[in-house]
Design a binder for this molecule. Sequence first.
Ligand code: FAD
Length: 390
Amino acid sequence: FDVIIIGGGPGGYVCAIRAAQLGLKTACIESRGTLGGTCLNVGCIPSKSLLNLSENYRKAKKDFNNQGIEISDIKLNIKKMMFNKDKSVQVLTKGVEFLFKKNKITYFKGKGVLVSENDVIVYEKSDPAKRTNIKAKNIVIATGSFPTSLPGIEIDEKNIVSSTGALTFSEVPRDLVVIGGGYIGLEMGSVWSRLGSNVTVVEYLDFITPGMDREISNEFKKILTKQGINFKLNNKVTSVKNEKNKVVVEFINNKNDSKEKLECDKVLVSVGRKPYTEGLNLSKIGIKKDSKGRIEVNEKLQTSIKNIYAIGDVIKGPMLAHKAEEEGIAVAEILAGQSGHVNYDVIPGVIYTSPEVATVGKTEEELKTENINYKVGKFPFLANSRAKVN
Ligand code: FAD
């Protein structure tokens, strides 16, 4: 092949399609069994499906009667809702597989392991004893990331779950504790709060959504509180334990050392994600990682081995699907002799709650720290006629 891509998420599959479109003989290896990576299978897409469906439910239950749409006896059918979410995922992952066929990309279903600068072994998913050796001029690592936990807290994906488990609850938890007030915790917290859970977010910092302007973060917290989400800010979780039919979460206040305990049915641990490089054989072939476990790349996305590139969540930068996709396109273009590049200053970030919250570029706090002159412009959404009508 001209290029082998390891990982079929937004970084890998977009890179594969662009490389094939530019005339490169392309292979993509994916171990999951379906294409689309974290984003399509257990991330962006199923979470956005549940955000949409739960928002419809909330509106029907809370808003419709006041709006002159009189309906009664609104019931939640969680099984059907989950079926709809799964169906969306299935259609979209199959859609990527169709695009692979259309663009004549060779798709290997299995785990890719690097053996040299040009050689990869694929251990087939259906039978890991079965191996295929493949060779390419260039290799792209797009193996993504996985959810992390806190020391001593074990995710069982039953009662103590990561975002993956929180996308598949078979009933609405009466009490849900979310550890971490980042975008994944707040999106999933909103879903279950709208469906009837009593949601409490425990956050180590004294504000939510780190990485956003503090002013936005404060306003956003007020809105979510009004919607019924409870916040315990400035608290460090010290233990999470399964006890009989309950989970007990203990935390300690960072300011006054006071201890608190919450009993709940489910705990969502959403404290971040780590780059996934397990079993790739990186150190053996000399690919360097930084102190956070991310593969080191230069501005052309080359690793410490020139013909091996890395993109997406497995390298530095925001862990976002569109960032991974842009890097995938840039690498494909570089390999085809063009001048692909990514402008890291203009990557937007969106939290798909209600209202949705979006940012792009530096925060006001960053501008202050970097001593950059700036002007503040504000316009209240409620003064916009369309927004007011809605
Ligand atoms: P991934 O999508 O993680 O794909 C990597 C793939 O590589 C995986 O499928 C894995 O199975 C495969 N793989 C790993 N090792 C091997 C190997 N050795 N051989 C073969 N295959 C291998 N981002 C947004 O932009 N917007 C959102 O709204 C959004 N919502 C999210 C919601 C949740 C709940 C989560 C968890 C994430 C969300 N994200 C969102 C983040 C987004 O999913 C990631 O940034 C994106 O998927 C990263 O793409 P990637 O291609 O780098 O990695």
